[in-house]
Design a protein around this ligand. Structure first.
Ligand code: ADP
Length: 534
């Protein structure tokens, strides 16, 4: 049996030596890593002594190695604590504690050469030479557990506060590693106090070094769940295997071995499933991070765009207003003298183009402003009949030029007042009437207003006898800017496909709805605007 314990010491020795060197070489630049390497070397000294103590054949040698192993163990808790506070960037805060811890550990180290730390060795259970505590051993034990527990507490605290995923993972590994390592290592202390529990779990001490090293050196860490599953499956598998050898009959041995084999298959799939699930979760997390970054970027861009809209209105308007002003002044006969007829004609053309340019700029900027939800509305109680009457009158000449009738059907009773932006809604409704005239060659355009009492809304409609809209184009009408119907393109090349889109934005910004109906090509169309009465 003692061979098993000697082996556990040997295993801890080899693992800690190898990983301690690895951490030291790989993480030399990081202070916390150096401290951890020191802690791993303390475990090396301890397990080295542990091995020779276990294989000692006489009390003198056993006592010597007991003292040796304890001398190694004395610095484990303070190095561990130092490592934790360095990792958490708390060294400044715990400077005094660290200082005190080192002084105390040094004191225990000196005392470990005297009989006051290890008083002697005695037989315990199946061990021929188990060390017995001297007077200083008890406060050492207190210090040992205080540092371990306090380090754990600090780790737990920062686990809750840390937001970085990788750091969180690292902390989880530290917690697990130190948890297993120190709990298992502590099983050594029972026999010092005659409690008959042998240190079966000593063999797991090096897991502390393994998990911590892993967390320090590996950038990418798997979720602790995967490691836990692996440990559980591995541990159970080991026990199962040992059992199958211990079975009394060959038949039972074969049976247990077979079940062990089945367990291995099951374990393999369990680990694989946990691993895959973890990978999926990590992927989802990564995508969430990317999405967040993208959203932030979009928000920033939207902010920049809104700023652009607000400043560009002013930016474009100012020079245009002066051009129009100067043109008017030049065209004014009395101001700078008479212009030659040809020049006057050309300047009139310039004036018209500039007005058109201004209209287009205003429209485009309004569209962008409404799209961005920044369209500024100047709402006031409005008697909508007045606006519509005026719009119809303004367009009468256009209709007459095309020999079209232009009728307005008003309800008998006056309509309820609606809160509207007069200027903008006039723009939208005028555009619909103008479109009716534009897209009609024979017949004419009828405009109507109705009070929809059941819906508490006002319905405005424009019905023409024009080119109509095909069934395919109907649902899309006015939903996308710069979109023009096939028939309309044939009728006139002038359109821009902007007016209807802007009208829809204006209507919707005031809580209304805009839609079109048509029986088909050549059968005329009706455009509706429904505005709620609030
Ligand atoms: P534009 O008239 O400058 O082309 P609009 O945005 O006002 O731009 O209209 C977009 C398109 O909607 C038009 O090109 C045409 O295809 C269709 N449309 C608009 N009004 C009518 C109408 N009264 N009859 C038939 N089609 C229309």
């Amino acid at each position: 049996m003692t061979n098993f314990f000697a082996f556990s010491g040997f295993l801890n020795f080899i693992v800690s030596l190898f990983l301690g060197i690895l951490v030291y070489l790989k993480g030399r630049k990081i202070f916390a890593n150096k401290i951890f390497a020191l802690d791993a070397f303390s475990v090396v000294l301890w397990s080295f002594g542990y091995f020779f103590w276990q294989i000692s054949t006489n009390p003198n040698s056993a006592l010597f190695w007991s003292k040796f192993l304890m001398a190694g163990a004395i610095f484990i808790p303070i190095f561990y604590f130092h490592f934790i506070v360095s990792f958490l960037n708390l060294v400044e805060k715990y400077k005094e504690v660290l200082y005190g811890g080192y002084v105390l550990s040094l004191f225990f180290l000196i005392s470990s050469f005297t009989p006051y730390f290890v008083r002697g060795v005695e037989p315990e259970l199946f061990f021929p030479f188990w060390p017995k505590p001297g007077i200083f051993f008890h406060p050492f034990l207190l210090m040992f557990f205080s540092f371990i527990v306090y380090g754990w507490y600090l780790l737990l605290k920062s686990l809750r506060e840390t937001k970085q995923t990788i750091r969180k993972q690292q902390i989880k590994y530290f917690l697990l590693g130190t948890g297993i390592g120190f709990l298992c290592g502590s099983t050594n202390y029972f026999l010092w106090y005659d409690i008959p529990i042998p240190p079966y779990l000593n063999i797991f001490v090096s897991l502390y070094v393994v998990l911590t090293t892993f967390a320090i050196l590996k950038y990418h860490l798997f979720e602790i769940r995967v490691i836990l599953t692996e440990l559980l499956v591995g541990g159970m598998g080991l026990i199962w295997l040992v059992f199958s050898f211990l079975m009394p009959t060959v038949n039972l041995r074969i049976l247990t071995f077979l079940t062990f084999f089945l367990f291995c298959i099951f374990g393999y799939y369990l680990i694989k499933a946990t691993y895959e699930e973890e990978k999926r979760r990590e992927e989802a997390e990564r995508m969430a991070v990317q999405e967040r970054a993208l959203r932030l970027r979009t928000e920033r861009l939207a902010g920049a765009r809104d700023q652009f809209i607000l400043s560009s209105q002013h930016y474009f308007r100012t020079p245009l207003t002066s051009i129009i002003g100067y043109l008017e002044m030049v065209l004014e006969e009395n101001l700078y003298g008479k212009l030659p007829q040809k020049a006057k004609e050309k300047l009139n053309n310039v004036s018209q183009s500039v007005q058109e340019l201004r209209k287009r700029i205003e429209e485009s900027l309004s569209i962008v402003a409404f799209q961005a939800g920044k369209g500024i509305l100047n709402l006031e109680e409005t008697q909508i009949e007045d606006l519509v009457k005026k719009a119809v009158e303004d367009l009468r000449i256009l209709a007459q030029k095309k020999n079209l009738f232009l009728k307005l059907k008003l309800p008998k009773d006056s309509l309820p007042k609606i809160k509207l932006d007069k200027e903008k809604i006039t723009e939208a409704l005028t555009n619909l009437i103008e479109n009716g005239i534009k897209h009609t060659n024979e017949g004419g355009v009828t405009i109507g207003l109705e009070h929809k009492k059941e819906k508490n809304s006002v319905l405005f409609w424009v019905k023409d006898t024009g080119i109509g809209i095909s069934k395919e184009e109907l649902p899309e009408i006015g939903k996308v800017p710069f979109q023009r119907g096939k028939e309309a393109k044939e009728l006139t090349l002038l359109g821009k496909g902007i007016g209807l889109y802007l009208s829809r934005l204006i209507v919707e910004a005031q809580g209304g709805k805009l839609w079109a109906e048509s029986e088909g090509i050549g059968k005329g169309s009706v455009f509706y605007v429904e505005l709620p009465v609030k």
